[in-house]
Design a protein around this ligand. Sequence first.
Ligand code: RFL
Ligand code: PHB
Length: 402
Amino acid sequence: MAEPSSRRTQVGIVGAGPAGLVLGRLLDLQGIDSVILEARSREYVEKRVRAGVLEQGTVDLMQEMGVGDRMLAEGLVHHGIHLRFDRRDHHIAFDELTDGRGITIYGQQEVVKDLIAARLEADAPLHFEVEEVSLADLDSEQPLIRYRHEGEQRELRCDVIAGCDGFHGVCRETVPEGALRFHVRDYPFAWFGVLAEAPPSTEELIYCSSERGFALHSMRSPQLSRLYFQCDPDEKLEDWPDERIWEELHTRLEREDDWSLTEGPLVEKGITPMRAFVAEPMQYGRLYLAGDAVHIVPPTGAKGLNLAVSDVRVLAEALGRWFEGGDDSLLESYSDVCLRRVWRTQHFSWWMTWMLHRFPDDEDGFQAKLSRAQLEYVCSSKAAATTLAENYVGLSQVGSEA
Ligand code: RFL
Ligand code: PHB
């Protein structure tokens, strides 16, 4: 058999989702060499419909990285959300509750497209459709990534590996048993999500708690609506023809006045299980895990992408410090610093999920009564509304995080 072709880099990055691509960009800007390996094709990652809400910190970072122009031109800035229950809307005004902060609606695949374009323009290595990725020598000073690309076996020697390969990736799995602790919660429901070629029927997002369960009206542009509704985790896409989807959305999102939901062709449909997951610590030897590879939050708080970006921002700074002068103190504290935000975000995402969904095992309606009491509190107390607002727009500091 032919010898594998080998090369070396400072940081081997597995995964070209938001975490891997932002990390690659931040390293590039510091003059640190990296190689990004991605299992899927460029077309696939650029079309994958996922998150849509960017916190101000993520927006600011996109601009600092010089990839924010299209986001500034096309992104929709929102200053609040609506909570809908009892067929009535209650506005949570982020700007008033958080010193003028807001969020930007800009699809994750657009963020990914902008970062890929910048990486290719900078001539920095990014390989799509790599196969059989495996890691070795994680507790040595020169960890190794083996993979196949364009029919050839390759090896990449690194100073550090960044595992940014999402929840189903291989990096976390490579860590020896017992070295990580896992925390998992599976929710007894999923989200049915659709993308509709229909102008949004609202200027700001609507988070709706209804008798039939949660629904969310989001958007991607003035022509594209993004809608979700809570469903059974075993639900099958084929049981949901378009008419049934619209009927369910109309029923859940109904408002007492003459508000109505505009329909349009459905161009994407998917079912996402709801799960909370954290692996700790976020590092093993010279492998640093970031983003969905090491934590998952239920999407109700719109946090997954933003959390992935926060991780790699901390990691890029830590790597910069280390490569520059050998100071590894920030690398040492990487996991602790990130986990403070991860757990704050887990709590917020759990709280939003708990407050807005119907739990199928709630036989005597106790849970529903508690959620209702909390919704009414959030909509009537400035203190409670501020808790929602400041977490949603993104806390600039968590605990004693620097
Ligand atoms: P990703 O995006 O999953 O990227 C990982 C990449 O690694 C590749 N990969 C591999 N590459 C090489 N070798 C291997 N062996 C590999 N295995 C996997 C994958 O192909 C992929 O390209 O993880 P990353 O970068 O950590 O980013 C995380 C975010 O994608 C995720 O947290 C968000 O999408 C979550 N999320 C939301 N987050 C928000 O901040 N705001 C939102 O509004 C929001 N809404 C959502 C969401 C996620 C959703 N779904 C579908 C899970 C709404 C939904 C419905
Ligand atoms: C989305 O637009 O995809 C979206 C918005 C808010 C969420 C989750 C997803 O909480």
